[in-house]
Design a protein around this ligand. Structure first.
Ligand code: ARG
Length: 565
């Protein structure tokens, strides 16, 4: 049952409105003295032409109480509703037991497609912490939408095309060796790439040479393409390792190169629509009216650009997937790039330009100088994840040395900690990368939520059950800490919807921390296994429900939930 909606229906009927006019206004007060649900009447003053306190009084008089509401109190302009704790617990918990891992699911997304463009690192360039964030946030947004019934398409828009490959070819020909690239992979590609930049400072003709090679690539030159393909494969092998560790998969690896042969018609279309103008030998779309610098479409030397490929990719995706929304996960510093080319799509006359959404995020800063001394690259990403696993192993060794399959659990917890750390704050905020904090089993961390889940699993195990019977006496769950857990479980589905609407996984991660905290209080306040049979059975239903919801919630964030740790 959707409690908020049931309450909205009752209030709307009393006020002579539609539930949809009310539901958004229903709040869960921070303090239960003010009810378990509250409806402030201010927002109805305009429609009903009455003072808010009068509206509240009127609603209180006319409302037909839903069964799970025991009491309604008016406080100024607020209608405060108190749930019947036993009845409420019954509604929620029966539902969780019934639906299990599907609890909280809904079908708002049925029939709608969401394209999520995420991770998208650049071949032969650093896979830095920014790409890690894009990967982790994008993956969570994908899973959250999938849970709500959307058809999701995860696209890795690899940076696998562009002048940097011309540079890489020149660099390889001058200072590279096959053996070194094969042995050291991206690290070696990066070394020669950096060398190119150093050398080109004094020898600008190297840049011309590089552009020449890129033009050759565009024209299908065999030698150029063979080298490019090789660099691509070397890089992909390393990216794959990181994706495996993170447990992230994509539906398509259509990177920038995929659009090489698809850009010409788009450029023609821009010309036909009289949007393309020449400027200093290059072709641009002017955005002066929009107070933005022009969007560069074709370089002076004929080369296409990042934006050219993004415009082409958007048209391709609209055509192929007919998306409801197409999301782009990158750091904040690409704001202008997206604003510019979204505008170009709008100017082309596509009303769906409004469905292109840049979902930006903040930077990662480190609490030790350690990572910043060397340039972050894919090798380092792997190192970083491995370090998280190793540090976790040490903690497990200390806390629970007899744990079976320690290796696997350390992976799940260590990597889960890194992911959770990235998802815990609003995405636009900068993330501080602190080993100590993020690996802590206490505080607002991944390991804390996982540990709480494992605690619930262990209680069930000690009770000798894997499933619970839902036919318990729910009036035994009317105490405050049980009620608090139930209330949070009841709000799970709304939080997921909210997270999807705002592209904000932190709404889910924060809710999980709240559930974990409420559960730990419940666990502290209420003896379970030593209680009378009927009390024990009722409390075990809460334990089961918390385990179920935490496992689902962590899963939506891309984090595993080990049963023991
Ligand atoms: N490769 C880009 C970078 O590393 C990110 C690509 C994001 N996606 C897109 N369609 N532009 O900055």
């Amino acid at each position: 049952m959707d409690f908020k909606f049931e309450i909205a229906k009752a209030i709307a009927t009393a006020a002579g409105l539609e539930p949809t006019e009310v539901v958004g206004g229903i709040e869960i007060p921070p303090n239960t003295d003010m009810g378990d649900y509250a409806f402030p009447c201010f927002r109805l003053a305009k429609t009903l032409r009455k003072a808010p306190p009068l509206i509240a009084a009127d609603i209180a008089e006319k409302i037909v109480k839903p069964d799970f509401i025991s009491e309604i109190k008016i406080q100024g302009a607020y209608v405060n509703l108190f749930t019947d704790k036993g009845m409420f617990a019954k509604e929620i918990l029966e539902n969780v037991v019934d639906e299990k891992e599907n609890y909280g699911k809904c079908d708002v997304g049925n029939g709608k497609t969401i394209v999520v463009d995420y991770s998208s690192p650049n071949i032969a360039k650093p896979f830095h912490v920014g790409h890690l964030r894009s990967t982790v946030i994008g993956n969570a947004i994908y899973k959250i939408h999938e849970f709500l019934g959307y058809n999701c398409v995860g696209v890795n828009h690899l940076g696998d095309w562009g002048t940097q490959f011309g540079k890489l070819i020149v660099a390889y020909k001058n200072w590279g060796s096959k053996q070194a690239v094969e042995e050291k992979g991206i690290e070696e590609l990066m070394r020669i790439y950096v060398k190119f930049h150093d050398e080109a400072e004094n020898k600008p003709e190297l840049d011309d040479e590089a552009r020449g090679w890129f033009v050759k690539m565009q024209d299908g030159d065999e030698e150029a393409l063979l080298l490019w393909k090789w660099f691509y494969e070397i890089s992909m092998k390393e990216f794959d390792r990181v994706y495996k560790m993170l447990g992230v998969k994509f539906d398509a690896f259509t990177g920038e190169s995929f659009y090489n042969d698809k850009m010409a018609p788009v450029v023609d279309e821009l010309k036909e629509k009289k949007l393309l103008i020449e400027s200093e030998g290059a072709m641009i779309v002017d955005l002066e009216e929009e107070k933005m610098p022009p969007c560069l479409i074709i370089r002076k030397d004929g080369g296409t650009l990042y934006a050219t490929r993004d415009i082409t990719a958007a048209l391709y995706r609209k055509n192929k997937y007919n998306f409801e929304k197409c999301l782009y996960l990158t750091a904040l510093d690409q704001n202008l790039h997206f604003a510019q080319w979204f505008k170009v799509i709008e100017k082309m006359g596509y009303e769906w330009s409004k469905d292109l959404v840049h979902v930006p995020f903040g930077l990662v800063s480190l609490d030790t100088g350690k990572l910043s001394t060397r340039k972050g690259n894919v090798v380092l990403m792997e190192e970083l994840l491995n370090q998280a696993v190793n540090e976790t192993k040490k903690i497990i060794e200390e806390k629970n040395p007899n744990l079976p399959n320690k290796e696997e659990v350390a992976k799940q917890v260590g990597i889960g900690a890194v992911i959770f750390n990235d998802l815990y704050n609003g995405r636009i905020k900068d993330v501080v990368f602190s080993w100590e904090r993020m690996l802590s089993f206490e505080g607002e961390t991944g390991p804390y939520v996982q540990y709480t889940n494992a605690r619930a699993c262990s209680v069930l195990k000690k009770a000798g059950i894997t499933e619970v019977a839902a036919n318990v006496d729910y009036t035994l769950l009317a105490d405050e800490s049980s009620a608090e857990v139930c209330k949070l479980l009841a709000d799970f589905s709304n939080k997921i919807k909210d997270a999807a609407d705002k592209y904000e996984p932190s709404i889910v991660s924060r809710h999980l921390v709240n559930i974990a905290q409420a559960f730990n209080k419940f666990y502290h306040d209420n003896p379970i296994l030593s209680s009378e049979e009927d009390v024990k059975n009722a409390r075990l239903v809460i334990v089961y429900a918390v385990k179920t919801v935490l496992t689902t919630g962590l899963g939506l964030l891309g984090i595993n939930a080990p049963e023991q740790m």
